[in-house]
Design a protein. Structure first.
Length: 270
């Protein structure tokens, strides 16, 4: 009986001891759990501090606007009335002699171009500044030629007509070439021009032509001289010293088809 009580007390004592040992552990566990929950709560409640940053203001690009081109309204002006210039009526000519010559230059020294007869008509297209000869297109011819005013009657005003230049190299052709060994000598007021003969067939032969500017008694003259055949190889002309302009000259070979290139005459000083 006594042993049974003893065992009962011992068991009770063991239970008390066991419970006493468990209580601190249980308290320790509760403390640990509380700390963990506090830390967790702290972790949950910590709010990170947000640094304020300035938000850039977006400035919208300006909208392109179309500037209209200003079109000026033209001022209406009255259209001037055009008064037509009077049309120049070129002078007419009619041959007034029984027979005459039309030539390739404005003097009798030039090559014959056509035969003219009384009543032949034409239009005057020009004139020569150093003589009165007229540059005419006759109705019966397909080309122009020069005629002396002494053999035609003129109807119309000649003064507005232009002067016409001579281009003898354009007239026909020349197969013989210009004269050679052209020279000139002076004896006082007399100048003698000479050259070597240019051989030509008898049918082609029309001699030579001299165009010159000479001084005579203070007058500066345009001077021409023609020679009928190839055998005339010299010519003498009066040329004094009473002009301020220098004298000069050119020499051509002439055959029935046209003129050669000119040779400059070496004019002697006074």
């Amino acid at each position: 009986m006594r042993k049974a009580r003893l065992h009962g007390w011992q068991g009770l004592l063991l239970v008390i001891i066991f419970l006493s040992g468990c209580a601190p552990w249980e308290h320790h566990q509760q403390t640990q759990v509380a700390l963990q929950q506090t830390e967790t709560a702290a972790a949950w409640t910590v709010t990170p501090t947000v640094t304020a940053t300035s938000t850039p203001t977006i400035t919208p690009s300006p909208t392109a606007t179309f500037t209209p081109t200003i079109t000026l309204t033209p001022t209406i002006t009255s259209t001037p009335t055009i008064t037509p210039s009077p049309t120049y009526d070129f002078p007419d000519v009619v041959v007034s002699v029984a027979a005459a010559h039309c030539r390739y230059g404005p003097s009798k020294a030039y090559l014959h171009a056509a035969d003219l007869y009384e009543g032949d008509r034409g239009i005057v297209d020009g004139r020569w500044p150093y003589s009165n000869w007229l540059y005419v297109k006759f109705d019966k011819l397909s080309y122009h030629c020069w005629v002396s005013p002494s053999v035609v009657e003129v109807t119309g005003d000649l003064s507005p007509l232009f002067y016409v230049d001579l281009h003898l190299e354009r007239v026909g052709s020349n197969m013989y070439g210009p004269p050679k060994y052209v020279r000139a000598s002076r004896k006082g007021d007399q100048v003698t021009i000479s050259w070597s003969k240019v051989w030509m067939t008898e049918d082609d032969d029309r001699g030579y032509l001299i165009e010159a500017w000479v001084c005579q008694n203070g007058a500066y003259l345009w001077w021409t001289a023609g020679f009928p055949d190839q055998y005339t190889t010299s010519y003498t002309v009066t040329d004094d010293n009473t002009c301020s302009m220098p004298s000069s000259g050119k020499l051509y070979t002439v055959e029935k088809h046209g003129f050669s290139e000119p040779v400059i005459i070496p004019w002697p000083e006074y």
